[in-house]
Design a protein around this ligand. Sequence first.
Ligand SMILES: [Zn+2]
Length: 115
Amino acid sequence: MDPDIVRGLLDAERAEATALLASMRARLTAVVDAAVDEHADDEHDPEGSTLAFERGQLVSQIERSSRRLSEIDAAVARLDDGTYGRCVRCEGEISEVRLEAIPATEVCITCAGRR
Ligand SMILES: [Zn+2]
């Protein structure tokens, strides 16, 4: 695949992941502040447990997005050193179809299936 096209795809993915991460972080701050306002001192407070649940969800979503961002950055680095499109496990070539679908992937479809 054309490196310029790949770079464009990765840039778009990074912009999307960064925006998502920023909005989830803002939401998390709001949830944490709301929990403080509620004085979460009553463990049986249904509002409090909803907030705790949402907070847990947000934390795991933020972790997922951060991981995605580092995968995108790693893909850009591979693009720079010329190893992009090669599977990091078996060193085989990753199909163009797969790269188009998941530009930041670092493993071929076979290795991904073994996960
Ligand atoms: Zn592989």
